[in-house]
Design a protein around this ligand. Structure first.
Ligand SMILES: Nc1ncnc2c1ncn2[C@@H]1O[C@H](COP(=O)(O)OS(=O)(=O)O)[C@@H](OP(=O)(O)O)[C@H]1O
Ligand SMILES: [Mg+2]
Ligand SMILES: [Mg+2]
Ligand SMILES: [Mg+2]
Length: 387
């Protein structure tokens, strides 16, 4: 069995601390109508942070010793690993356990179909062991070990369709599976929808340096890695280290000058049109080359001002899923940023599993958004007229 070599050294399993250290910033003082919103969803946010942190432990364990046999191809040919399944089972278990009085609906990326097929028993046994080992090493729950059937059921509790009524959790158990396999960036992305609106979001990014990745030190081997971003409607965005530092409030870059702004885009060229992003950035006057990283770690990095712009233009025909953007979207907006489609409309998470989008997704701060939208429109018009 081939063992893939991985570049990132990760810290040991996380101990999660919940007490926030508030960094005062007048920009983030709450308006009266935000106070009630900020006080609700508290236990849901705590549960989401716990679930994502535990899932991150499981993913790290797998990434440290990744076996070729842990990687499978889904029917759409995208990769899925034992860690994607294990992470989904763990998050679903923790949420149900922490919030027993609430009706539970989860819209999640993975399902157990392939794991129920002949020949998948060994993989399922490995996932079951990973889930049990992670729960027992965290020591948080005294539960009898999960059986393989329990794991399949926990994965399949993510089959909800979401929508505009009631509450729905939205989970990408590993966002950026290709990055995960390369030993690069990935995220456990969890959000809660209430009446079709994202009201909280958590991004666990086990390989994201705590220091900025926007500057010259982005390849420093000394950087401590492992970030947990969390945001609640009306209450701002916080970042803490996954191994337990106090949360600090973060905010997006305040730059008004595109020449100072760097931009993020997908690492995978198959996921976003890099040429189109370059033409938009050039029009806007951005000087720096693109920062290409996998997953919603881009939203996390943007929320703390590492870069000022995220451009995402999928190839024609691709339909964006809500779990690829829900958590990232609230993490950025609560940090003062703006997330829209290419026409400037806010993203609508109330339509089920898919986002009903116009062309692409753009993210930046409030000052740069008007000129970014103009550059996007001009570049799209040029592209259309050249066809
Ligand atoms: N063709 C195509 N176009 C656009 N997007 C796609 C495409 N295929 C996949 N995906 C989704 O992209 C998710 C990975 O996020 P990113 O594109 O931000 O990261 S990456 O740099 O490209 O790895 C990735 O999420 P995961 O499947 O959770 O890894 C996919 O949902
Ligand atoms: Mg994803
Ligand atoms: Mg995924
Ligand atoms: Mg996937």
């Amino acid at each position: 069995m081939a063992i893939l070599s991985l570049r990132v050294v990760v810290p040991s399993c996380y101990i999660y601390h919940s007490k926030p250290k508030i960094v005062r910033n007048p920009l983030f003082s709450l308006r009266p109508n935000q106070i009630s919103a900020s006080m609700s969803y508290e236990k849901e946010l705590a549960a989401a942070k716990k679930a994502a942190s535990l899932a991150a432990c499981l993913c790290q364990k797998v990434q440290k010793a990744l076996l070729q046999s842990d990687v499978h191809s889904k029917s759409d040919k995208s990769p899925v690993t034992v860690a994607d399944y294990g992470s989904q089972a763990l998050v679903s278990f923790v949420l149900e356990r922490e919030l027993p009085s609430e009706s539970f609906s989860l819209v999640a990326e993975e399902d157990s179909g392939d794991l129920r097929k002949d020949g998948a028993q060994e993989t399922l046994a490995r996932i079951t062991k990973l889930v049990n080992d992670t729960l027992s090493s965290a020591g948080t729950y005294s539960v009898s070990p999960f059986s393989a059937e329990d794991v399949l059921a926990a994965i399949d509790s993510g089959k909800s369709e979401g929508g505009s009524h009631g509450r729905h959790w939205v989970l990408d158990p590993i966002d950026g599976t290709k990055g995960f396999l390369r030993g690069d960036q990935y995220a456990i992305a969890l959000a809660l929808l209430d009446e079709g609106k994202v009201v909280l979001g958590v991004l666990a990014c086990p390989n994201l340096p705590l220091a900025s990745i926007g500057g010259d030190d982005k390849h420093s081997s000394h950087s401590q890695v492992g970030c947990l971003f969390s945001a609640k409607v009306g209450a701002g965005t916080y970042m803490q280290s996954l191994d337990g530092s106090s949360p600090i409030k973060v905010q997006v870059s305040a730059t008004e000058n595109p020449e100072e702004a760097s931009f993020f885009e997908s690492f995978e060229a198959a996921h976003s049109l890099h040429d189109l992003s370059s033409s938009i950035a050039k029009k806007l006057g951005v000087k720096a080359p693109p920062v290409r990283i996998d997953s919603q770690a881009k939203y996390g990095a943007l929320s703390r001002g590492d870069g000022a712009i995220y451009l995402r233009f999928p190839h024609k025909g691709y339909r964006e899923k809500i779990w690829d953007h829900a958590a990232g979207c609230i993490v950025v907006t609560e940090a003062g940023g703006v997330v829209t489609d290419a026409a400037g409309n806010p993203l609508d998470f109330s339509k089920g599993k898919y986002l009903d989008l116009n062309t692409g997704i753009i993210v930046t701060n409030q000052k740069l958004m008007p000129s970014l939208l103009k550059a996007v429109q001009e570049s799209l018009d040029e592209k259309a007229s050249s066809l």
